[in-house]
Design a protein around this ligand. Structure first.
Ligand SMILES: Cc1cc2nc3c(=O)[nH]c(=O)nc-3n(C[C@H](O)[C@H](O)[C@H](O)COP(=O)(O)O)c2cc1C
Length: 223
């Protein structure tokens, strides 16, 4: 056990520090820092994320408020490189099809640059050691609420828990199309995919995205 506390423990009984947390990742002193320092990460180091960390992260993801306590979630954990490779190949096929379609229309002058950036970003999505697909069961009592509310809340908790342990995530929707994950991972129709996220040590922690000033967002009593 290192003496430096690199991650904030969200529950008792968990090692105080993640030995895998990036050395460049300064320790958290408050849960509010975890919120402030969660960022979307789009390229990862290959270092393993142990199963106990994944369980701890998913344990936190099942704690948000949920419509009439229905808890409609399923968290599909994927480590199999063969499946990840197939998702990558299918995602790239879709991108290349879009390039061809865009070229055939009236392409903007920066089309190539845009797709170069998209390919680079997409390549990075597939560098993580592990992925979690956040699903909700359409056969739950309130499926619309599951989709709009319960599912995204679980995804948010999951990302914050991962961050607390020193890992990066990114809420992927179109980045890895739902059709691709459904096909490769054989996700049954009864589950709706909310998002999927890689989990891993970032290749680099990105520059934080600019956030609106609190003054712009807050209103008291009336708008
Ligand atoms: C509903 C939703 C869908 C998103 N889909 C994608 C995606 O497909 N690919 C991606 O790279 N990021 C995706 N993101 C991440 C956002 O781009 C990111 O959160 C935003 O730019 C703010 O950056 P930050 O997360 O680093 O603060 C998505 C986020 C949300 C909430």
């Amino acid at each position: 056990m290192t003496t430096t506390r690199r991650s904030l423990c969200l529950s008792a009984g968990v090692a105080a520090a993640s030995p895998l947390a990036s050395a460049a990742d300064p320790p958290f002193t408050s849960i509010f820092e975890v919120f402030a320092r969660r960022q979307s990460v789009r390229r990862y180091k290959p270092d393993n994320v142990p199963d106990e960390h994944i369980r701890q992260i998913i344990n936190a993801a099942r704690m948000p408020p949920t419509t009439m306590n229905q808890q409609p979630w399923k968290f599909l954990v994927v480590r199999d490189r063969e499946k990840i490779g197939r998702m990558r190949a299918r995602t790239f096929e879709i991108i290349e099809k879009r390039v061809e379609e865009a070229k055939a229309k009236n392409p903007p002058p920066d089309l190539e640059a845009r797709f170069k950036a998209a390919r680079e970003m997409t390549d990075g999505y597939f560098t993580a050691p592990v992925y979690v697909v956040v699903l909700v069961d359409k056969q739950c009592p309130y499926p619309d609420y599951a989709l709009k509310n319960d599912g995204p809340l679980a995804a948010g908790y999951l990302m914050l828990a991962a961050r607390a342990l020193g890992y990066g995530t990114v809420y992927l929707t179109d980045g890895i199309p739902e059709s691709v994950s459904r096909e490769v991972l054989a996700i049954p129709d009864r589950y709706h995919r909310v998002c999927m996220t890689p989990i891993g040590i970032p290749d680099l922690w990105p520059e934080p995205k600019p956030k609106k000033d609190l003054k712009e967002l807050i209103a008291y009593e009336t708008l």
